[in-house]
Write a protein that binds this ligand. Structure first.
Ligand code: NAD
Length: 363
């Protein structure tokens, strides 16, 4: 019946898993503990948590008392008690998963949230992708030597920059909307044809290369993977479009697989010098042949950024959305008398548990 929200330990992680306004709602149903200072880097003070009804405590105290622990990035498991339920990112981290199993800690991995309408309000990947999409244009704009908007001045006129989102899921669509607000001429591409309408509804041009897309209809809203040869044909068909662009936001991904390479050295050589690519797929290998996570790489005069934690740059609002998802999930898991219940009979819980975990959960 006790839920604890811990401070983040990963370098550069500024978000917090629960914000005071959500604590206030949860505190009506469960006791909430907050590790002292957990919200500080996202702009939420210990006092605000206390006023919302939480008890502020040290880390060990929280881990001793709580049955359920929530955090953004996977924490060090030292001091965790066996049978604790941990809710965090890290579902695809093999080392973490074996450590969790060895310590008999039940893990609900947020990356495994099913893509159903029921689970939509609990999906941190979507909420954080929206922030990453916005932030990608901010970062890209700063790295460009040209302006995004058109400008007419006494000294002469400046043409608007051209931007394209490769991959038009949550992040790509938000990047298009942001680039449009800043005055760029926006374009979008996705292998899912359904994304075309969404791109156009934002006032951007749907780039549809002169090339028959291989029936990429997906299961559960995801794109289907393409063969090697299909990917290579796609790259060549995209190259003339990319050669026109100043800013590229790349977010093409298929969960659990390496990111498809949409921009190879040949495309980079065809692009404008000074063009900027913000590659949101850097963590899974990147959408370009040259992306390096969290580094600025220059290739053929093109600048490639591979940021892996953009939501943390906007930690206050990213935390608000993350926490809204977390509250919704906790409300789903809490049963009146018994607090948080982990039951394999619940489809959301069952999907989020790691393969090794069900043995620990009640059926
Ligand atoms: P994502 O982050 O998994 O992938 C980003 C985009 O890359 C997707 O649009 C995908 O089609 C695209 N892509 C994959 N391979 C590509 C390639 N080779 N070339 C170009 N593009 C490629 O996607 P996402 O933002 O999570 O969303 C994808 C879809 O799922 C959207 O329609 C979204 O609305 C839906 N969705 C639904 C729920 C829900 O119902 N709970 C939750 C999240 C997303």
């Amino acid at each position: 019946k006790i839920v604890a929200s811990l401070a983040e330990q990963s370098p550069g992680e500024r978000r917090v898993a629960l914000v005071p306004s959500d604590v206030a709602k949860l505190a009506k149903k469960v006791q909430v503990l907050i590790e002292a200072g957990a919200g500080a880097s996202a702009g939420f003070s210990d006092t605000a948590y206390r006023e919302a009804g939480a008890e502020v405590t040290d880390r060990d105290g929280a881990l001793q008392a709580a049955g359920t622990v929530v955090v953004v990035r996977p924490p060090s498991l030292k001091a965790f008690r066996p049978e604790t339920t941990l809710i965090s990112l890290g579902a695809h981290d093999v080392k973490l998963q074996s450590e969790l199993a060895a310590k008999r800690i039940l893990h609900l991995g947020l990356e495994r949230m099913p893509r159903t309408s029921k689970a939509q309000s609990m999906d941190v990947l979507s909420s954080q992708a929206a922030i990453a999409g916005y932030a990608s244009v901010m970062e890209g704009a700063r790295a460009l030597d040209v302006l995004l908007p058109m400008m007419t001045t006494a000294a002469g006129g400046i043409k608007p920059a051209k931007m394209i989102a490769l991959g038009a899921g949550v992040a790509g669509l938000q990047a298009i909307a942001t680039a449009r607000r800043l005055g760029a001429i926006a374009h979008g591409f996705d292998v899912r044809k359904a994304a075309g309408e969404q791109i156009e509804s934002l006032g951007a041009k749907f780039v549809f290369p002169d090339f028959e897309l291989p029936a990429p209809e997906a299961s559960g809203g995801y794109a289907a993977a393409q063969s090697h040869e299909q990917q290579s044909r796609l790259r060549r068909a995209l190259t003339p479009h990319l050669a026109e662009m100043n800013l590229v936001v790349a977010s093409a991904q298929i969960p659990g697989r390496p990111a498809p390479v949409l921009i190879d050295d040949e495309t980079l050589a065809a692009m404008k010098p000074g063009a900027v690519i913000v590659d949101l797929a850097a963590e899974t290998g990147g959408n370009t042949s040259r992306t390096k996570p969290n580094e600025l790489v220059e290739a053929s005069g093109v600048r490639i950024l591979g940021p892996t934690n953009l939501p943390s740059l906007f930690a206050t609002d990213a935390s608000r959305l993350f926490s809204g998802n977390m509250r919704s999930l906790l409300e789903h898991l809490v049963h009146e008398e018994d607090g948080v219940q982990i039951s394999l009979g619940d489809s959301i819980t069952a999907a989020m548990l790691s393969a090794a975990a069900p043995a620990l959960a009640s059926a």
